[in-house]
Design a protein around this ligand. Sequence first.
Ligand SMILES: Nc1ncnc2c1ncn2[C@@H]1O[C@H](COP(=O)(O)OP(=O)(O)OP(=O)(O)O)[C@@H](O)[C@H]1O
Length: 267
Amino acid sequence: MNDPVIELRGATKRFPSGTGQAHTAVRELTMQVSAGEFVAVVGPTGCGKSTTLSLVSGLEPASEGEVYVRGERVRSIPRGVGYMFQNDAILPWRSVLDNVAAGPRYRGASRSAARATAATWVERVGLAGFAKYYPHQLSGGMRKRVALAQTLVNEPEIMLMDEPFSALDVQTRSLMQDELLRLWAGTGAAVVFVTHDLEEAIALADRVVVMTASPATVKDVFAVPLSRPRNVEDVRLTAEFLEIYREVWESLRVEVARAREEASRVG
Ligand SMILES: Nc1ncnc2c1ncn2[C@@H]1O[C@H](COP(=O)(O)OP(=O)(O)OP(=O)(O)O)[C@@H](O)[C@H]1O
């Protein structure tokens, strides 16, 4: 394996809880992600998947253990990190083109250079002809395309994705998954993709990390040896996919059951 671009070594994150005691969100997380690798993280609701991304992005410092990006200890937000969340960061008063141009502008490109770069990404995500549209004129899938272009225009070395497609209907979701794979291929970016959806995780990733019920730690890591390029709808129907699904679900189901038990005890 190449040198990891992302490395967590025994990272633990505690938050102050309402009762004055510390609440452990994630504990002793150890994992590595290499350049060009697509890693999906699955786990029961509320186990600490988003917190894991916050540690990598430097938004939250680890309470214990270490987090490295490109071999350097994360102390603030590292450069070269792109995000995509469930709620997109599209500004309603800006056109599609200007939303995508905002990143390059922020990084110092002139208005015309930023718009030229943005135009190529607007086209690559399939929105040529919609550059002048405003967000309210777009469908949910089209907004996701804008969000993808907003992320990719900055050519991130690392992409942190937190359930970016979970609000979409099933068909649009599959389309966007294919788009993501197509656009990511060849970028060399390392991806950490958090999802509730095990099918999505396997269809997209090179490895699937299963987290335990709260406080989350890495329970198992599964390789996904499905060939690329992949078409997510086709790949889901293969015997190989189902075999991997069964294996990962065996691991995940125990944690989902444990989380439910815990929730019913607390609730
Ligand atoms: N800033 C914060 N302050 C206090 N507690 C927090 C904070 N961020 C997360 N937590 C707590 O840490 C735990 C893990 O939350 P996190 O959002 O990482 O889980 P998740 O697995 O991403 O959840 P979901 O699957 O519902 O998206 C939760 O109990 C949450 O309340």
